[in-house]
Design a protein around this ligand. Structure first.
Ligand code: NAG
Ligand code: NAG
Ligand code: NAG
Ligand code: NAG
Ligand code: NAG
Ligand code: NAG
Length: 927
């Protein structure tokens, strides 16, 4: 858009609201000479009055002309008709131009000119108008024959009236006869200023009397020597014409006026440019036709050219300092002005929410030419305010953020001086600049020397307005979205600028896990990382992960504080994974996994394996064995319920998804028994067989050998574990007791026995004593009990002397006068395995020393051997199967007992003793 004269919107200033204190200071009527804010200048044929913005108050400015005692208010039409123009920039800086040929200017001999103006400012906030009065005197001389003045709102031509004029003048093909006109309109003589009537050339002729001319808005007057005519732009009687490519408005009039010498016709033409400006971002180029052809009929010579700003001519030095250029080509006079020159001003605009600027400057072109034929000179002066089109100036966001400092550092700009930062619209809402600063953001305005400004903002990453997310487990991305709320002054036009900045930092501290075990539980503690408790905890359960939900948290006694949580997981809980089972321990593992939500990234994992005590096999002395089969993780498809012993009809007494408990008698369920040198081993196998496969029994998927082994003295358990993976059987025997018991029957029927409380038992001399020695509880029919040695002692110490052999090397002592007798044993309700039991009897006797009865009491002791009936050998061939018939009659001695005891130590022997047997007082027989 080309904006020249048409841009003057009105005569009334609509602008500035200025704080009241300035108004207070100015409410007086300051003398124009003493007030630097109000200046007046004489600029050739115009006078300029400037009012500084600091003096502009209120919202309206009216200008009144002072003509003697008359005060005439200048409306915009009257101003254009009378040679006044006014323009204010957005801040209230005001220029008033007055033509020296204008109305209300006191003209002395076309040489000095005096003007008085009154400036009145009104506003809603002003109790009464503020007024300034300016009076100025200017001298201007000499005038050119013709002076054409183009101001923003009018075209003016002032022509020297030549005293002797040719009565008839050729003018564009029209001829007028002086006499005939004078005769036709007799009252022309008495018209004001002696002007009678005007004829417009539009280009058609249109005639008006002076009164109509003035009423139509045109200006006409005579001065001592000159005729001045004036027209606003775009009047019905003016017309447009393009001259050398430049649009121009032409005002062309022939004036009839009365002189002493008679009626004279004078032709006046003003032609003013309304265009001819080219813009680039850097420069304004203004073309004016070199030959303003409506004003010129013959050839002319340019005498002077001047460039000025705001009506004021500039000298060469000033022009070059400002990089202005004035050049004359064959067709044009050209003025070049850099955009941004200090003589103009920038203005901000928000157009479609986008930031634009315009630049406004008012150059002046003045040139003088002389017509070759008439030697008449013409001064041609154009005051030409130019505003560039809207120039898009999107501000830049410069991101100075250094992520490590954890603060967003953003700069927005540049903006012109007329832009203010009001507020920010953040994700949490709108914060003013003051609120932002008190929240800890650092908002600053930075000004450049040229008046431009930028705004900087620092926002800590930690603030709520910064959004955070994690692109990967270790990185946090910080994102700040803000809308700068800006305001263009003085018109208070709001506009917004949206900016986004993002920064990434590897600042995630991941949670860590520690743990310990005791004999029963795992103890795990999780220390939160930078994300706090914002993660999910998973537990490895049967090979897959499950979330530690509130139920599990309760089950595992979860405790937490602001930085940690801990759980206690029992070693046999479902979330414990069994790795290996040994006979008395289990290696179990707890696994935890921490995952980030919502991305489900693995943050950390933790695995803790501990041995916990666990008895899997127990061997009881009554011949029962219990064995616990545990499903370990290497046999994931194992179903404990389907485990069996060798005899596949022997199923678990109890089973769950991870355990099977077997309880069985050692002579059942396919249990095998093996004798080694000094052990007896029972063995069975827990296995799972593929029920459908024919090869199942040959190749079970799972094998677990369980065994119990017995020493003569002790019952030992041994547990062999074999699984497909672990080839390393681990044996760790447990201890039990094999019970061999000696009892004294009340008679030969072996039906009733003396009990512990019956001792000491009292017997008559030579009364038979019926002994039973039995392996208790065991039901293994392949064991035979053989009595190797039995002897009697006076004292309860079995090794004491004196002693007397009753059975030697499994046979009766042949030396014994009171012969020991073996009695057969047969099965009955009480005796299930006869080979486990031996019956023998002796006759009650008494020890003597030197033929006297030492003491009427006896203890009987036996050494019993447990034999494998499948391997009969030596003693184990049977009770007195190979009698040696030792004929040695000597009394048993402690030496002999000791030797035998030593020999017995090599074998699987069990020693039993009777309680005290007393000799009845009624008997006195000795052996
Ligand atoms: C200004 O005042 C003078 C005399 O005081 C008068 O002759 C003249 O017509 C006035 N001008 C206007 C335009 O009123
Ligand atoms: C702030 O921005 C949000 C989202 O862009 C918008 O919905 C809201 O209207 C804005 N608030 C103001 C006061 O501009
Ligand atoms: C003012 O100066 C700054 C910095 O030199 C520059 O970025 C900006 O464009 C200038 N503004 C104008 C309006 O020339
Ligand atoms: C939280 O508990 C952990 C141990 O579980 C302890 O080390 C830490 O000091 C506790 N922190 C607070 C703030 O109580
Ligand atoms: C063997 O003894 C164990 C442990 O005392 C007991 O649980 C089991 O029932 C007994 N077995 C028989 C067959 O008596
Ligand atoms: C029998 O066991 C006891 C105690 O366990 C032990 O002191 C003794 O030596 C053992 N005897 C034999 C013959 O093994």
């Amino acid at each position: 858009m080309l904006c020249v004269h048409g841009c003057l919107v009105g005569w009334i200033l609509l602008a500035v609201l200025v704080p009241g204190h300035q108004y207070q200071r100015l409410n007086s009527k300051p003398n124009s000479h003493s007030n630097p804010g109000l200046r007046s200048d004489c600029l050739g044929n115009v006078m300029r009055i400037t009012l500084d913005k600091d003096l502009a108050v209120g919202s309206q400015l009216e200008i009144e002309a002072i003509n003697g005692s008359d005060i005439i208010q200048l409306s915009s039409t009257l101003a254009a008709q009378c040679g006044y123009s006014m323009e204010s920039d957005p801040w209230g800086n005001t220029k008033i131009f007055a033509s020296l040929s204008g109305c209300y200017v006191f003209n002395q001999a076309d040489a000095t000119f005096q003007l008085g103006l009154r400036l009145r400012m009104y506003g809603d906030n002003l109790p009464q108008p503020v007024e300034y009065e300016v009076t100025k005197m200017c001298s201007y001389s000499p005038w050119a024959s013709r002076e054409v003045l183009c101001d923003r709102n009018y075209m003016e031509v002032s022509t020297l009236m030549v005293p002797t004029v040719t009565p008839v003048k050729a003018f564009k093909g029209h001829r007028f006869q002086q006499e005939s006109l004078s005769n036709a309109i007799p009252d022309a003589i008495s018209a004001p200023n002696s002007i009678w009537k005007m004829a417009f050339h539009t280009p058609e002729m249109k005639v008006m009397v002076l009164e109509d001319f003035l009423i139509s808005g045109y200006g006409a007057m005579t001065t001592p020597k000159r005729l001045v005519l004036r027209s606003p732009y775009n009047m019905p009687e003016t017309y447009s014409e393009e001259v050398a490519g430049v649009p121009m408005e032409v005002f062309s009039v022939s004036t009839y006026y009365k002189e002493i010498s008679g009626l004279t016709v004078m032709d006046s033409v003003a032609a003013c440019p309304t265009g001819g400006v080219l813009f680039t971002d850097e420069a304004i180029t203004w073309h004016v036709p070199r030959r303003v052809s409506p004003l010129i009929s013959g050839s002319v010579k340019i005498l002077e050219t001047h460039m000025g700003i705001d009506g004021q001519r500039l000298d060469k030095a000033k022009m070059s300092a400002r990089h202005y250029r004035l050049s004359v080509t064959s067709t044009h006079v050209v003025i070049e002005i850099p955009v941004g020159s200090p003589d103009g001003y920038y203005k901000s605009h928000a157009l479609n929410e986008e930031y634009h600027v315009t630049f406004t400057i008012e150059p002046m072109l003045e040139f003088v030419w002389k017509a070759d034929n008439t030697q008449a000179d013409t001064r041609y002066k154009v005051l030409f305010p130019i505003t560039t089109p809207m120039m898009l100036r999107p501000p830049q966001v410069i991101d100075y953020t250094i992520p490590e400092q954890k603060v967003f550092d953003v700069l927005l700009g540049p903006f012109l001086h007329d832009v203010e930062l009001l507020n920010f619209n953040f994700s949490v809402g709108v914060l003013t600049v003051a609120e932002s600063n008190s929240r800890g953001f650092d908002v600053q305005e930075h000004r450049f020397a040229n008046g431009s400004k930028t705004f900087s903002l620092r926002v800590p990453f930690s603030d709520e307005v910064v959004q955070k997310h994690n692109p990967d487990p270790l990185t946090t991305s910080y994102f700040l979205l803000m809308v700068f709320g800006l305001l263009i002054l003085p018109e208070q036009t709001p506009f917004q600028y949206l900016a986004e900045v993002e920064a990434s930092l590897e600042d995630v501290v991941i949670p860590t896990i520690t743990g310990t075990c005791d004999q029963k539980n795992f103890y795990a503690s999780v220390k939160y990382g930078s994300g706090g408790a914002n993660f999910q905890t998973m537990l490895l359960n049967a090979g897959s992960w499950r979330e530690l939900d509130s139920d599990l948290a309760k089950l595992y006694h979860l405790t937490e504080n602001s930085t940690h949580f801990s759980i206690i997981v029992p070693h046999l809980s479902p979330d414990s994974t069994f790795e290996v089972v040994h006979s008395n321990s289990i290696l179990a593992r707890l696994e935890l996994l921490l995952v980030q939500i919502p991305n489900m990234w693995k943050l950390n994992d933790f695995s803790l394996a501990c041995f916990f005590p666990l008895t899997t096999t127990e061997c009881y002395s009554n011949g029962t064995m219990t064995a616990l089969a545990v499903k370990v993780e290497s046999v994931g498809n194992l179903n404990p319920e389907h485990l069996t012993l060798r005899d596949q009809s022997c199923k678990p007494a109890f089973s769950s998804d991870r355990f099977a408990l077997f309880s069985f008698n050692l002579n059942s369920c396919g249990t095998t028994r093996t004798f080694f040198d000094n052990l007896m081993v029972y063995e069975n196998e827990i296995a799972m067989h593929r029920s459908t496969s024919k090869q199942s029994s040959a190749d079970p998927e799972y094998r677990h050998i369980v065994s119990c082994y017995y020493l003569t003295n002790d019952t030992k358990t041994m547990d062999f574990l074999t699984t497909p993976r672990i080839n390393d059987p681990i044996a760790d025997p447990g201890v039990g007791h094999l019970v061999v018991q000696m009892t004294l029957s009340k008679d030969a029927s072996y039906d009733a026995f003396y009990q512990t409380e019956d001792y000491p038992v009292v017997k008559y001399l030579r009364e038979p004593l019926y002994f039973e020695v039995a392996l208790m509880q065991s039901t293994d029919s392949q064991i035979q009990l053989v009595l190797e040695n039995c002897w009697a002692t006076l004292h309860d110490d079995r090794t004491s002397v004196p002693s007397w052999d009753l059975i030697v090397d499994s046979c009766e002592n042949l030396d014994d006068r009171y012969l020991t007798v073996f009695h057969p044993v047969s099965a009955d309700a009480r005796i299930q395995v006869p080979s486990h039991v031996k019956h023998f009897s002796i006759k009650m006797f008494t020890f003597t020393r030197d033929e006297t009865v030492v003491k009427g009491q006896v203890f009987v002791h036996c050494e019993a051997v447990l034999c494998d009936t499948t391997k009969p050998d030596g003693i184990c061939s049977g009770q007195c199967a190979n009698p040696q018939r030792n004929a040695n009659p000597s009394r048993p001695t402690s030496t002999k007992r000791g030797r035998r005891a030593a020999e017995a130590g090599q074998q699987q022997k069990r020693q039993v003793s009777s309680g005290l047997i007393l000799l009845s007082d009624s008997s006195n027989e000795t052996i």
